[in-house]
Design a protein around this ligand. Structure first.
Ligand code: MLT
Ligand code: MN
Ligand code: ZN
Length: 306
């Protein structure tokens, strides 16, 4: 299985358009060791890079595709992107769908909750209804593995299981309906031919026994690295806490680094990193702590082969 990180930052990216925090300034002027990052999106392939599936669709999808030769068209009107899997309905994960609004069929795997949140009462969704069947929604429901197949139904050599993970509905849907287990899911992507498993968890509010069990079943684990600490947004004048945003911080006693310490087998990668997070600074003590514990911090362009 080939895993290609197209974007590794949380919503806003780094630098973020309206932010002059230490990391955003540093990413602009080169004064500190911080790489710029686009918003989270990862491509996976099991057939030597012919068919690709995207995990989430970031608002920067156009530039992310252009920056990755494997995702360029191989014919006059064509895309090697055979499907897109959504982990939740956040705009940093779904806005990219609207950017793919050409006369091209899209296959989208999502929970029924995420699908409804995106298509209902959304006048902009009409841009993906230009012809019948423009978007082929395929349901991710917990506990059952589904084959990741191309638009024409050809097997990709990958199967996916979605599992509910503590999280929340997207900001723009908050207060409109009850919370649902389908609001936020983790993905367990398996390649039956080799047995290799990727577990992808880019938004996690708490490490439950189930999250831990899925993490332990992975050869490669991507995990929510939004914040280092619960009050990190204080630096940018916000009183929102990591837990208000349903992101478990990396550091501290109850943080993900401690909670996932028993998970030793998989390659471990933090992704969806907010621009305020000190782990983005390559020489910070927080970065050293993460790497000492055997984790890597995702960056755009990172490639992993299982
Ligand atoms: C999140 O990851 O918490 C969201 O992307 C936040 C947002 O939509 O601004
Ligand atoms: Mn986000
Ligand atoms: Zn910033």
């Amino acid at each position: 299985m080939r895993i290609q990180v197209l974007g590794s930052a949380a919503g806003g990216g780094c630098p973020q358009w309206n932010c002059a925090c230490r990391n955003c300034r540093g990413a602009r002027d080169g004064s500190i060791r911080v790489e710029a990052r686009t918003q989270e999106c990862v491509a996976v392939s099991a057939d030597d890079g012919r068919a690709w599936f995207l995990l989430n669709a970031s608002p920067e999808i156009r530039a992310q595709i252009e920056g990755c030769t494997a995702l360029h068209p191989k014919a006059l009107r064509h895309s090697p992107i055979e499907g897109i899997l959504l982990t939740n309905g956040d705009l940093d994960h779904t806005l990219g769908l609207l950017c793919l609004r050409e006369w091209q069929r899209l296959v989208v795997y999502a929970t029924e909750t995420v699908r409804r949140g995106f298509v209902e009462n959304n006048v902009l969704y009409r841009t993906l209804q230009r012809f019948p069947g423009q978007v082929d929604w395929r349901t991710l429901s917990p506990v059952s593995e589904v084959e990741m197949a191309t638009a024409s139904g050809v097997s990709s050599g990958l199967v996916v299981e979605a599992f509910p993970v503590p999280g929340k509905p997207p900001v723009h849907l908050e207060g409109l309906g009850p919370a649902s287990p389908g609001d936020n899911v983790g993905l367990r992507i398996r390649e039956p031919a080799t047995g290799h498993v990727l577990v992808y968890l880019s938004a996690v509010a708490r490490v439950t026994p189930e999250v831990l069990a899925f993490a332990e079943s992975a050869d490669c684990l991507f995990f929510d690295g939004t914040f280092w600490s619960d009050d990190e947004l204080r630096e940018v004048g916000s009183d929102k806490r990591a837990k208000d945003l349903a992101h478990l911080p990396i550091g501290g006693d109850g943080g993900s680094l401690a909670a996932l310490a028993p998970v030793r087998r998989p390659q471990r990668v933090y992704i969806h990193i907010n621009n305020t997070n000190p782990v983005l600074r390559e020489d910070s003590p927080e970065r050293v702590a993460v790497e000492r514990a055997g984790w890597r911090v995702a960056c755009d362009g990172m490639e992993i082969t299982l």
